[in-house]
Ligand binder design. Sequence first.
Ligand code: BES
Ligand code: MN
Ligand code: ZN
Length: 497
Amino acid sequence: MEFSIKPLIPGRNASGCTVVGVYAGRQPSDAATALDRAAKGYLRRLLDRGDMEGRIGSTLLLHDVPGVASARVLLVGLGPRNEFGEKQFTRAVSAAVGALAATGAADAELHLAELAAGRRDIEWRMMQAACAARIAVYRFEQMKSRPAKEAPALRRVVLSIKSQKDARAAARGLSRGLALAHGIGLARDLGNLPGNVCTPSYLADRARELAKHYRMKAQVLERADMAKLGMNTLLSVAAGSSQPPKLIVLEHRAGPKNQKPVVLVGKGVTFDTGGISLKPAPEMDEMKFDMSGAGSVLGTLKAVAEMKLQVNVIGIIPATENMPGGRATKPGDIVTSMSGQTVEILNTDAEGRLILCDALTYAERYDPAAVIDIATLTGACVIALGHVVSGLFANDDALAREVLTAGESAGDRAWHLPLHDEYQEQLHSNFADFANIGGRPAGAVTAACFLSRFTKKYKWAHLDVAGTAWKSGKEKGSTGRPVPLLTQFLIARAGKR
Ligand code: BES
Ligand code: MN
Ligand code: ZN
């Protein structure tokens, strides 16, 4: 799909479809009012008949509206005018593009940029609109022998702006929005791929490909390299699998030479059976999404590289399967992590923290400005927060605020949870320095506590995305979260210099 930005007057231009908004209570937006002027009151009469209330996300498709040059007009509901904000803005754009994709229109013009979305500027609005539009036509069909649905006819989308003076900021927003959508798309594709395709080796190949395309540095550590470094907790998870584990490192260094990098560490368990502490059968297929943290790191690096963001970012991905087998780690086994701390593995299903801790120790060598790890870490986080927000933990309050703000701005929210010392006691072990589980109470917190023992040397935040990285049920699939949050975090950092 091709996007462009133009100051168009609604109704004048002969496109496949003109999209304008209608507020709740049948109140036309400015663009809709302008269109109605060309249509000599046609829209007003239609609204008065009660065919379009303006409910947020609703749509109504009209054909051959008199006086209007385009073949179709799509009305999209905006909800109450006084409630119209950022969320409503993206919802309206997604609904409009979703409805557009179901028509035969090959090109369309969206008159939505003028809508005041909270206090956001034109660049933000264009970024969100372009991203939402691109995501609205996302399909995952690579594993079908033929496409499930007919491809949408929609080829070209013009995002209309009110005046030419907005053009520069709008163009930047547009290109950033598309880059973000491409990053989200990559994360979703990787998440949606089955465990027999998306293996640690596959992730490594995709990372190398990404590096080549965007001229980043890529490095892949093999089992022997990890053994030399003493990454025994990571290797203990890989022990039961016949797929070789990989530690993937990607470097985007487009910032100043002396600027310390932000390091993103993504959990890359390409399938989590639980190991010897085997998971129950129902919904186990969804454990193919257990590499979503890794996918979000690759997706964010893609977005950031495509934006040519002037920041230094390093992605580290510990990738492995978690399988039972003759060589698998057993409950009660004790291993020495790269940090030198010993861990009693009481439950082999608490494997995410075991691969992350060695990756977090490895991150020290990059002298990071901050480290953020992203992991589908605990079912307890899903119980605590559901599927709305990601769980956030940090050893630095300013960093936590920065992450929360990025999430707000990107419409990809997180919520700050506690890391108080008292919780650390739950990790007590009679035999090793500590155990890898902390019992039922506050499971998301004790998982974060475990990680905190490996992140003392830098500012660190942890995102538990177990509830937000994918959807279950009829709409089963990867969401690409938290790529929007992470990308926004880096955009803000790039702007701060
Ligand atoms: N990948 C899972 C966490 C998970 C479970 C995410 C369900 C989303 C849905 C993780 O490796 C895991 O198994 N965690 C255990 C930890 C427990 C053994 C302390 C869990 O949450 O049950
Ligand atoms: Mn597990
Ligand atoms: Zn897991």
